[in-house]
Design a protein around this ligand. Structure first.
Ligand SMILES: *Cc1c(COP(=O)(O)O)cnc(C)c1O
Length: 234
């Protein structure tokens, strides 16, 4: 199967899951996760019509970005943990950061974006499973409140929604309660009508569980393996 074939197969599965959930497939974005993949594969996906990509390391993507300059309408989002000292480089190479997990990082990204004369789209990463080893903010944490409080001043960031990576379970159904938790958190925050916090995006669902995520309200599924195959070891 080529990357183009895999992309159409995933689009088809997104459509089926959306239909089952009574949703419009156009409301669900497909992000291809190209971390560890060589530039040639990203270009192959682009030529098959793909425009939205996720990468998880600033250093790795910085090395690839030059060779991707001609894909001017492609969007690259940072989806991995981002240390705040790498905020300037991340703001330079990415269109969006989907893994915001501290007010300090937001502050640094805002300054960096301002210096570059650009605005970054932002998702707040939520650690719904409360797992120690995972990044992201615990729902209802004080750090999350600091982000809400700081957001009006970050004029070069646009907070668009929430992202999560639930605890891994072999059975995709195991992720459902976590996806639901993210949706419910979104509803609780939305009810507060906070200035500067838009919550249109719920980024959840990966290769093995994206259909369940769509049933629970995902508006962006992040798919790596099911499009590019098993990731090469770096
Ligand atoms: C790697 C990664 C994905 C894609 O995972 P697959 O199982 O390969 O689809 C999605 N989201 C994040 C945050 C990732 O790091």
């Amino acid at each position: 199967m080529s990357i183009a074939d895999n992309l159409s197969a995933i689009h088809e599965r997104i459509a089926v899951a959306a239909k089952r959930a009574g949703r419009n497939a156009d409301d669900i974005a497909l992000m291809t996760v190209s971390k560890t993949q060589p530039v040639a594969k990203i270009i192959e996906a682009y030529e098959a019509g793909q425009r939205l990509f996720g990468e998880n390391r600033v250093q790795e993507f910085s090395e690839k970005v030059g060779a991707l300059a001609s894909l001017s309408d492609a969007h690259f989002h940072m989806i991995g943990h981002l240390q705040s000292n790498k905020a300037p480089k991340a703001a330079e190479v990415f269109n969006a950061v989907d893994s915001l997990d501290s007010a300090k990082l937001a502050e640094r990204l805002n300054t960096a974006a301002e210096n570059l004369g650009k605005t970054l789209d932002i998702l707040i990463e939520i650690n719904v499973g409360g797992e120690e080893a995972k990044s992201g903010l615990v729902p209802d944490s004080s750090e999350l409140e600091r982000i809400f409080a700081g957001a009006p001043a970050w004029t070069h960031l646009r907070v668009r929604g929430l992202m999560t990576v639930p605890p891994f379970t072999d059975d995709p159904e195991g992720a459902r309660p976590y996806f639901r938790q993210l949706r419910e958190l979104r509803e609780r925050i939305a009810a507060r009508d906070l200035p500067s916090i838009k919550l249109d995006v719920l980024s959840m669902g990966m290769s093995h569980d994206f259909e369940v995520a769509i049933e629970e309200g995902s508006t962006c599924v992040r798919i790596g393996t099911a499009i590019f195959g098993t990731r090469p070891k770096l």
